[in-house]
Ligand binder design. Structure first.
Ligand code: PMP
Length: 397
């Protein structure tokens, strides 16, 4: 039967990593896949993760199954981290948090939940968005549509058109938003814009779905919850898909969470039963190690503080590289104003490079960037930034 199977296209971003690995050029630069790297180009295990792992190795009592939605401690820690001092939701016990395999797992559980419970709902996503967003919802059989987001002219948010489109969304549909550090553009709404987005969804009766994969990479662990807070009003519903791949550096541990906030506890319990059903027939129950690391760090005041410092270090390094890249582009005479790169938040920069220029950077300079022109700023280091800026200036001229 396998004879009849045709080859699927390679994943655009992961395929780029394969091409980078195969390139013999010693000066090659990989700015494709969204993974944090330090100044030496390494993706280190965080010190707090090492400390937590050592504790777990000594103290962990069992490797028996977790409940379908994971441990209660993890759910509590995740809710505390994202709701912070605004604790009406945890106090009202109107949210259920399921520990999922990564943020992708959270999105897939959410997609299955939507398909199984809101058969007619469409999920609206920003244009552009993370390439896997449409794929995850399509795999679950959920229709998707897009709303305008990026304004090429200003390298900013096309807020007017975005709001105009959101106002036309039918009641009962779902609107996917990036909680902070929008992937791929790096452009986030301001606090006033978040308030207006939340008001608009409330007015049309659409359900907000917040993808929260970069908490701490924008302005700070607490500051980055500002967008999410706009949707946290008593009695209002939302879904949050969290990922701890980036902010805990736990990429391969696959640790994330899907949080369904219902209007009250009664409806939360019904929602929880459906979330469990969706998980049971998918992966049954979550892998424990990554979540145990997260809980160990978040529950220990000293480790928690140290972790915030580690997140700040990653954030500051990325922002430092943004500034340096803009300086170097000017130094090498790149045509245009690149100040917008400094305004972008998180790991990525939508550079404005065309597919043609991206192709030239790969073929002529061994610099690997996603076709959309999205640069992983965390792949820039003090030792490759000069060559990168000079090469960008060359292809831009
Ligand atoms: N959402 C967005 C916007 C992302 O960029 C990513 C990771 N690239 C994810 C979700 C999924 O993260 P994870 O690796 O935890 O599945």
């Amino acid at each position: 039967m396998f004879e009849s199977v045709s080859a699927a296209p390679p994943d655009a971003i992961l395929g780029l990593t394969d091409a980078y690995k195969a390139d013999p050029n010693p000066e090659k630069i990989n700015l494709g896949v969204g993974v944090y790297q330090d100044e030496q180009g390494r993706t280190p295990v965080l010190g707090t993760v090492r400390a937590a792992a050592a504790r777990l190795a000594a103290d962990l009592a069992s490797k028996s199954y977790l409940p379908i939605t994971g441990s209660a401690d993890y759910a509590e820690a995740v809710q505390k981290l994202m709701f912070g001092d605004q604790d009406e939701i945890p106090r009202s016990r109107r949210a259920v948090t399921a520990h999922t395999p990564g943020g992708t797992g959270a999105l897939r559980v959410t997609a299955d939940f939507i398909r199984q419970n809101f058969a007619d709902a469409t999920v609206w996503m920003s244009q552009p968005t993370w390439a896997n967003h449409p794929a995850v919802f399509a795999a679950a059989g959920v229709p998707t549509k897009t709303y305008p987001y990026f304004d090429k002219a200003s390298n900013g948010l096309n807020f007017e058109e975005m709001i105009a489109a959101l106002k036309k969304i039918p009641e009962g549909d779902v609107v996917l938003l990036h909680g902070c550090c929008h992937n791929p553009t790096g452009i986030d709404p301001t606090a006033e814009q978040w308030a207006e987005i939340a008001k608009t969804l409330r007015t049309v009766g659409a359900l907000p779905l917040i993808d929260f994969a970069y908490q701490g990479f924008g302005e700070g662990v607490k500051e980055d919850t500002a967008g999410l807070q706009a949707f946290c009003r008593p009695g209002e519903e939302l879904i949050v898909c969290s990922s701890f791949s980036k902010n805990f550096g736990l990429y391969r541990e696959r640790v994330g969470a899907a949080t369904f906030v219902a209007a009250d506890q009664d409806s939360m319990l019904r929602v929880a039963s459906q979330v469990k059903r969706a998980i049971r027939s998918n992966y049954s129950n979550p892998p424990s190690h990554g979540a145990e690391l997260v809980v160990t760090i978040l529950q220990d005041a000293k480790l928690r503080k140290q972790w915030e410092g580690e997140v700040a270090e990653m954030r500051d390094r990325i922002n430092g590289m943004r500034t340096l890249l803009v300086e170097k582009l000017a130094e090498h005479g790149a045509p245009g104003d690149f100040e917008f790169i400094k305004r972008q938040k998180g790991m990525f920069s939508f550079s404005g490079l065309t597919p043609d220029q991206v192709e030239r950077l790969k073929n002529d300079y061994a610099i690997y960037i996603v076709g959309s022109g999205r640069i992983n700023v965390a792949g820039i280091t003090p030792s490759n930034v000069d060559r990168l800026a000079k090469s960008m200036a060359d292809v831009l001229k």
